[in-house]
Design a protein around this ligand. Structure first.
Ligand code: GLA
Length: 384
């Protein structure tokens, strides 16, 4: 805590008033279905974005970070000018959406300290957005509605930053609860907390550390493909969204779509069934069955949705062969980032050695590992 406060004073010349945080997330299952109206099962992590804040009496939001020299001053009277910024774009987008939604915003200084690794697929961007939204809403004395803040953050990313993401990441970052996963219906935004009793197991996150990836363009391409699938299904059936389509309906429309589009839709329909089944087996305490569903999800994302890539496949395949592993899959958008593996606690060290060695042999550089701890999404860390 003292670090972020000390650096705040150095950068802004005055002490912070409060510290808040918003979490990174791991999605347990339900991948690439949020923008199809499906249900997802993410959980918030102790890896998070902390912000130290104070009102500065101007009409500017000034943003800095503990680990990079970048700085931006965002004029609340005209937020349109910051789309090109590498540092400050998310914050400007969030401020813009909050203002458009009628929030009162006060000029302020915000220092970011993020422990969610960038590019890890654990939603460092959602954590930055949600921490920003919460800080701005609090400093302007607005009533706090966490699901609504998540929706505004998603809009910021869609409208301001050009990534056509779904609602899952921001929702998990804002609404996560310690010890629970969130079963979120991305069509209605109804949600419930599912207790995550992992018994003698832990969730191990393995980061493939792939340097550059074209996540945004590939992601937007998948979204276009599933829209194409839905249009084809609607030629024959009344479907609210792709997640509501049954396997039999999809088969009946197979000849009406390009083969690649059919495979994308087959992933979505199958993944939605796996989410429902996961909730059932988790509630029954059947972790072996849950592990198998994780693995089946990865295979579908690899073969039908084609969002894994050599690095994530190497991690998942090593995990499937590793001691004490009940199942493993990529989590998040894919093309890089992390896998999540269900591993017996007693075998975690051996698992990391085993997967780490196989990954290095296959890919040529090291993966990193974190044992996931499930936390609250937004936390009021301190009033200073
Ligand atoms: C990214 C997006 C989410 C979701 C996942 C895939 O994390 O931000 O909205 O679509 O990919 O499940």
């Amino acid at each position: 805590m003292s670090d972020i406060l000390t650096i705040f004073k150095e950068k802004f010349g005055a002490p912070a008033e409060a510290v808040y945080s918003a979490a990174g997330r791991v999605n347990l299952i339900g991948e690439h279905v949020d923008y199809c109206g499906g249900k997802v099962l993410p959980a918030a992590l102790t890896l998070k974005c902390r912000v130290a804040v104070r009102k500065n009496g101007t009409n500017f939001v000034r943003v800095a970070a503990t680990d990079i020299p970048d700085f931006a001053a965002l004029d609340l009277a005209d937020l349109s000018a910051y789309k090109h910024l590498k540092w400050g774009c998310y914050q400007a987008g969030v401020a813009d959406e909050l203002q458009k939604a009628g929030y009162r915003l006060a000029g302020c200084d915000i220092l970011y300290d993020c422990t969610v690794p960038f590019g890890s697929g654990l939603s460092s961007s959602a954590a930055i957005e949600v921490a920003t939204a919460y800080a701005l809403a609090r400093l302007g004395d607005n009533p706090i509605d966490k699901p609504q803040l998540a929706v505004l953050c998603q809009k910021a990313e869609n409208n301001y930053c050009g990534v056509n993401c779904g609602i899952m990441d921001q929702f998990a970052s804002a609404n996560g609860r310690a010890g629970h996963a969130i079963l979120l219906d991305c069509d209605t935004l109804e949600y419930e907390y599912i207790p995550l009793d992992l018994q003698d197991c832990a969730l191990v996150l393995s980061n493939c550390n792939k340097p550059h990836s074209l996540v945004a363009s590939k992601y937007n391409e998948r979204r276009a493909e599933v829209e194409e699938a839905l249009a084809a299904v609607r030629g024959k059936f009344d479907a609210a969204n792709l997640a509501a389509v049954t396997p039999a309906q999809l088969e009946a429309c197979r000849a009406d779509m390009r083969p690649v589009v059919y495979r994308r839709a087959r992933h979505v329909v199958g993944e939605c069934a796996r989410v429902a089944e996961s909730v059932r087996v988790l509630e029954a305490g059947d972790l072996a069955a849950f592990g198998k569903l994780l693995t089946a999800s990865h295979i579908s994302l690899r073969d039908d949705y084609e969002v894994t890539g050599a690095e994530l496949d190497a991690l998942a395949e090593a995990a499937w062969a590793a001691p004490g592993c009940l199942g493993s899959r990529m989590t998040g958008a894919g093309f890089g980032g992390c896998t999540v593996s269900l591993v017996r606690k007693a075998d975690v060290e051996q698992f990391i050695q085993f997967v780490g060695a196989r990954y290095r042999a296959a890919i040529g550089y090291d993966a990193s590992f974190y044992v996931a701890e499930i936390a609250d999404g937004i936390i009021d860390e301190a009033d200073v």
